[in-house]
Design a binder for this molecule. Structure first.
Ligand SMILES: Cc1ncc(COP(=O)(O)O)c(C=O)c1O
Length: 434
């Protein structure tokens, strides 16, 4: 593609020196990351509080904050020039870092602003595929999945079948979950819409097991009649050492502004290459190649990657979007396996402590295979919001309640927390009673 021609056609000017898009983790920071105290010191979290609701919205470690600041300053100083210089490559740099983190092709990753936007984009983009057919989903999914499915199926004569994958979440079982999915896929099912970690119970679904079930059904189906497996992955992403190919799903959506500690207002959509053609974009992309083909300076039949045609265009908070690669790099510097081990250690410590309190009923399975960092529970005879308030007012512990029709209290330890903080939560709950 003739970049200069495209830029001229687009009415854009060249002529400024390029600014780098990526900055590697400085050595001083890398050394500081050897201990969990050092990791915690990277975050500007208010002291004197126990931050146990990171699953909602990330705080940024120094390194990511300074990358955002670097882009912000440059955009403030010269927005048009800085954008011109960086837009042709910045999103691909982010997609490449995401691909490295997830073990997939860079082009298989499109950027989005949140899990919610990603889910809506994917389901809306598959409307023609599931028209007059059936979507299999569950009763455990978040508002963002339910509403995205509802909006995308309007007028499409699509049935959404929601099944329960477990009755008692604490006793959830991988075989039972996989069997339930298996039994409920019918010849009419075109999409399987599930969530990796349920924010209502903390249950983590065995995604690779479920992918095997889907593969079994697909083996006897034609290429244009495959069951497409879509996963809202937000509450496992940034915790479990992800290898997306091993997970085996076709689409995977995750906000990167929660457990990954990435810039607020960022996220990713992964799509297996073979499904690119199945997917219809909703928001026009502003990539060189997508815009260039509209301008007629790129051949209309030139193949576009998923990054190129699905990343939503329009002018954005680029200081955030363009800093996301640094969040992936930062996590890889910490060590994906180390982060997984640490988060599970803290969660297990918490779950075991809560289990020993007679007036606390835990809802999240003890097994690391069936849980991640969300720990859900209730205190006998008390409303979830009253427990949350007491944790805050009496102990400065920031918990959350699950925003579902049936709610519960959630404590979500992450790499910013210590063993002592987890123990303080357990001690506090020993004293919070009806
Ligand atoms: C399971 C699940 N999916 C999606 C979302 C929405 O995420 P986002 O803020 O990235 O849109 C949430 C909210 O925390 C959630 O719990």
């Amino acid at each position: 593609m003739d970049r200069r021609l495209f830029l001229q056609n687009a009415g854009l000017a060249l002529g400024v020196s390029a600014l780098t898009n990526s900055c590697s983790t400085p050595e001083t920071t890398a050394a500081a990351l050897d201990t969990w105290e050092g990791v915690r010191a990277q975050f500007p979290l208010s002291p004197g509080k126990l931050h146990m609701s990171q699953m909602l919205l990330a705080t940024h470690p120094k390194h990511i904050a300074s990358e955002i600041e670097r882009h912000r300053k440059a955009l403030d100083a010269d927005p048009d020039v800085y954008w011109e210089e960086n837009f042709p490559t910045a999103e691909n740099i982010v997609a490449a870092a995401a691909g490295k983190y997830m073990s997939c092709l860079p082009g298989e990753v499109a950027l989005t602003d949140s899990t919610t936007m990603g889910l809506a984009t994917v389901y809306n983009g598959l409307t023609h595929y599931f028209a007059n057919a059936e979507i299999l989903s569950s009763t455990h999914d978040h508002y963002s999945t339910e509403k995205s499915l509802e909006f995308a199926t309007r007028g499409a004569n699509t049935t959404i079948k929601r099944v329960s994958l477990y009755t008692d979440p604490a006793k959830a079982n991988a075989d039972e979950i996989a069997d339930t999915v298996d039994k409920n896929i019918t010849p009419k099912t075109k999409v399987l819409a599930l969530t990796w970690v349920h924010s209502s119970t903390g249950v983590k679904l065995p995604i690779s097991r479920i992918s095997e079930v889907v593969r079994k059904h697909n083996s006897s189906r034609k290429e244009d009649d495959q069951v497409i497996f879509v996963v809202d992955g937000v509450h496992g992403f940034g915790i479990d050492n992800i290898d997306i190919e091993k997970m085996g799903c076709d689409f995977f959506i995750a906000g990167t502004h929660k457990w990954l500690f990435g810039p607020r207002g960022t996220g990713i959509i992964y799509a297996k290459k073979k499904f690119w053609k199945t997917m219809q974009p909703t928001i026009p992309a502003f990539s060189m190649i997508a815009y260039g083909s509209w301008l007629g300076v790129v051949p209309a039949d030139q193949e576009m990657t998923f990054t190129d045609y699905l990343t939503p265009g329009g002018f954005h908070s680029f200081e955030h979007r363009w800093s996301l690669n640094v969040a992936f790099e930062w996590m890889m510097t910490l060590g994906k396996d180390r982060v997984e081990k640490r988060t599970h250690e803290l969660s297990s410590r918490l779950k075991n402590g809560l289990k020993s309190i007679s007036h606390v009923k835990t809802h999240t399975p003890l097994s690391n295979d069936l849980s991640a960092g969300i720990n859900c529970f209730d205190v006998e005879g008390m409303k979830a919001e009253d427990v949350m308030k007491k944790l805050h007012d009496q102990h400065h512990i920031l918990a959350s309640t699950a925003p579902y029709k049936v709610t519960c209290v959630r404590l979500t330890p992450s790499i910013v927390n210590s063993d002592e903080e987890v123990d303080k939560c357990i001690k506090a709950l020993e004293g919070i009673k009806e």
